[in-house]
Write a protein that binds this ligand. Sequence first.
Ligand SMILES: [Zn+2]
Length: 296
Amino acid sequence: MKICISCNSRFDSSGWECPSCHAFPLILDGFPAFAPSLSEKNDGFKVSHFDELAPLEARNFWFRSRNKLIIWALNKYFPGIRSLLEIGCGTGYVLSGIEDAFPTLELSASDIFTSGLEYAKGRVKRTKLLQMDARQIPFEEEFDVIGAFDVLEHITEDVQVLPEMYRAVRPGGGVILTVPQHQFLWSQADSHACHVRRYNVRDLREKVEKAGFSIERMTSFVSLLLPLMMLSRLRQRDSQKDFDPLAELRIGGIANKVLEKMLDLERVLIRNGISWPAGGSLLMIARKNENSVNTK
Ligand SMILES: [Zn+2]
């Protein structure tokens, strides 16, 4: 169901016009916009990052491996999934991977910036795109799964976002989240990316459970590369002047291939039930109880 932006009533419709009060969202740059005032500028991200990321993602080991992990997790924990909303889709790199892997999946995706959606539009074929603030999601029991891949760490009020996700997924469905992990890895790369935190297991678990979800699986990933990340991050702390925030993403050639192979190996173990205790990132799969009743 959709939630009217004006009168808050719930409705099922292919369009966005509310049957009760006839309100409908603004269309901004061709996208239905639910938080238009935040689309140009907000604290969570800089529009210029899309231009930095877009050309790097498709060949970078980190983005490629994360896509493979997400697609594996969707198949494993949500077999038969029919609909998915990705929050904070950015340039659409994950979405394009999901579209290819799940040809019949009904896909929606949001970003707070229409400039991100413009990139995504060029990459996806059938995903419905909308401009939205994750702290106010205009859906109730609409999606089998909601994904947020390296998004929550940009949002100061992450504890507002998780209950919104909870309301928007169907009972029996759930969420897939990835977030950066370990505050001791904090570096200029995080500040450059507008992160407000790196998570730890306990923090993420508490927030997700408080929103109502039951945690089904939690594992670190980018675990085999943790020593390398620590070295890289320590070096960044020492070199204040000539800091290149994208150095970690510009790794090319053989090194990029070797790192991707290491993460392939790590994923084999994850598939076999090994949950890594530490690593650059955290993966969490959490479910909304089949019998849950929405109270809001
Ligand atoms: Zn209305």
